[in-house]
Design a protein around this ligand. Structure first.
Ligand SMILES: Nc1ncnc2c1ncn2[C@@H]1O[C@H](COP(=O)(O)OP(=O)(O)OP(=O)(O)O)[C@@H](O)[C@H]1O
Ligand SMILES: O=P(O)(O)OC[C@H]1O[C@H](OP(=O)(O)OP(=O)(O)O)[C@H](O)[C@@H]1O
Length: 213
């Protein structure tokens, strides 16, 4: 039997993955709040729980055969050496530029952009020919324009509630974001039948999820 390891992003993606994993027949069979490596309800598939930003690294190195991770993380990771066969449609949001309501761009200096996604921001402004200063943050980006740390932020928006609550407005959408199934390239060759079976099962689970919603 070919053993498979699936890397799951802890947090929001893990929470939203659980119904899909159930459908695919690989629900966690252990304490997902404590264990980092958890057996699944299928003897040949085990699950590892890791920080979202680490999922591409585990899968690229073959420490996990497959992973579930946000498109934002994949875009920021850049040039990933892995396959991305399926959009599984969970954790949907968008990457956007936001600023304080009524904000006017400064004329005498570069725009300052606060973000957890410096690569995505750099590519976005470079494509528009705008020279900006990028300030890397690890969370609570919405605070930066309020305290004068930045002119704009590049961050994820879903309902828009966090922006509204902090007096910010969405200036422009950069792209839509959802979670993707990613696969190690060597595993795709060596364990092709088992992996293709899982990809098909996730596709089917996503189709059922869409029909149900
Ligand atoms: N408000 C949101 N609505 C829907 N999906 C979101 C939202 N915010 C983030 N996501 C998606 O969920 C993924 C995981 O987000 P989550 O907030 O669980 O982790 P994180 O805070 O980015 O990571 P860490 O806990 O390691 O800092 C993101 O990479 C993105 O793809
Ligand atoms: O448009 P909304 O529905 O308000 O969602 C957007 C918020 O969700 C994400 O943060 P998250 O809740 O993951 O917290 P974080 O700061 O820990 O990333 C994102 O960074 C925004 O702050």
């Amino acid at each position: 039997m070919t053993g498979l390891t699936l890397a799951l992003s802890k947090g929001r993606i893990l929470d939203e993955s659980l119904p899909l994993l159930e459908h695919v027949g690989i629900a966690p069979a252990g304490d997902i709040d404590r264990l980092l490596r958890v057996p699944s309800t299928r003897a040949d598939v085990s699950l590892v729980m890791i920080r979202p930003a680490d999922v591409p690294t585990y899968v690229e190195h073959g420490a996990a055969d497959l992973g579930i991770v946000g498109k934002d993380v994949l875009m920021e990771h850049g040039g990933s050496d892995l396959y991305e066969p399926l959009d599984i449609g969970i954790a949907q949001c968008r990457m956007s530029v936001a600023a304080v309501k009524g904000y006017v761009a400064p004329r005498n200096r570069r725009l300052r952009i606060a973000t957890k996604y410096p690569e995505i921001a750099r590519r976005f402004y470079a494509a528009r020919g705008e020279q900006v200063e990028i300030i890397k943050l690890y969370g609570s980006m919405e605070l930066a324009p309020l305290v004068g740390l930045a002119d704009q932020i590049v961050d994820l928006v879903a309902t828009g509630n966090t922006l509204r609550a902090n007096g910010l407005v969405e200036v422009e959408k950069i792209c839509d974001i959802s979670s993707r199934l990613v696969v190690n390239k060597a595993s795709m060759k060596m364990k092709h039948a088992a992996i293709q079976h899982l990809i098909d099962a996730f596709r089917d689970a996503d189709a059922k999820r869409v029909r149900a919603s």
